[in-house]
Write a protein that binds this ligand. Sequence first.
Ligand code: FAS
Ligand code: PHB
Length: 391
Amino acid sequence: MTTLTTQVAIIGGGPSGLLLSQLLNKAGIETVILERSTRDHVLARIRAGILEWGTVELLREAGVGARMEAEGIPHDGCYLTDEELMVHIDFKELTGKQVMVYGQTEVTTDLYNAQDTIGTTVLHEVSDVDIRDLDQAKSYVEFTHEGTRKRLECLYVAGCDGFHGVSRKTIPEEKRREFERVYPFGWLGILSETPPVNDELIYSNSRHGFALASMRNENLVRYYVQVPLTDKVEDWSDQRFWDEFSRRIPSEAASRLVTGPSIEKSIAPLRSFVSEPLRWGNLFLVGDSAHIVPPTGAKGLNLAASDVYYLYTALIDAVKGKTTGIDEYSARALARIWKAMRFSWQMTTMLHRFDGEDAFAEQMRKATLNHLATSETARRDLAENYIGLPF
Ligand code: FAS
Ligand code: PHB
């Protein structure tokens, strides 16, 4: 069997794995990334669009900030609306900070290019990954690649393989504590090469259902509508999407709406999920392998970034024999994860109507938005969570 050796084996070549590898490599630590899909497949996935400022600063620290600075769009605020109110949350005025509009696809592209420059080993189309000897001084990962079984010996393993990966399941089920809330609807998202309907994002809770008007740049929009879990993408023609989207956003915005053909269309389910602990011997869970948030709070990718921040700094010390960071990683990352989990759940329950809900639930939503409209303190709390709590 072919045997490779590295310091940190990274399972998964999405944003978590690539960013962790880039930061460790810049600190002189060797990594190998094992990715199940092809590079093109990873880059074709349309996911997040909003970067917290902490994520922006971490990408700069990783040396991949140049194109983000040139092509990203800093946003000072966003709008939350229902049938009666349109509330502006002014991040800049309330917190002194902004968020960056820069798609996950671009982040992943920049990280792949930076890893190419360093010459990091990224093996694609690996399968049957098996993580072993996590309770030993050295661990190893066995996997199949290009038709042969291979072994990667390492000091540590980073489980960056997302919700459906193998890392979380490597932790014995009886040792895992899992928390979940599955929402009874999904988000149908489209990409369209048209100008944004508004200069900042609009989160709209209309009587017809939720809609989100987001963007990637001045001529590429990312729009979403809430759909039943039973819907399939093929149920939604472009025309049906545009009709539904335009009646769910405020009429003054709808009057400006420029429609066009979708260049991507997909439905994502919504769930809140956390698996504890994030560590099992030499294995550390990062990003979606450990937690999932509904996209309403724009936290998924950003939580992956804060996990990476905590772990990369800890691993730099660990390879020098100082283990305090890795011993504290799980508790430290989970403290921030749960606050983002709460915010994402709160934004989702505030902005979506649930089938069968009673009139009281609707009154609670209205009162929440009304409180945001009339209380700077409430708006500041939302803004602090949206731009991202400190790492
Ligand atoms: P990822 O899932 O991105 O990457 C994991 C990688 O591991 C993948 O490349 C996968 O191929 C690989 N892998 C899996 N199993 C493996 C195995 N056994 N061996 C080797 N490799 C394996 N977040 C937002 O903030 N806003 C959004 O609007 C938003 N929309 C989303 C829409 C969808 C459909 C999904 C699924 C997620 C969305 N997210 C959104 C969240 C998303 O951006 C994640 O938070 C982000 O991709 C997390 O990155 P990773 O932790 O790297 O996980
Ligand atoms: C996106 O642009 O894809 C996006 C933006 C904000 C969200 C979710 C998704 O809350």
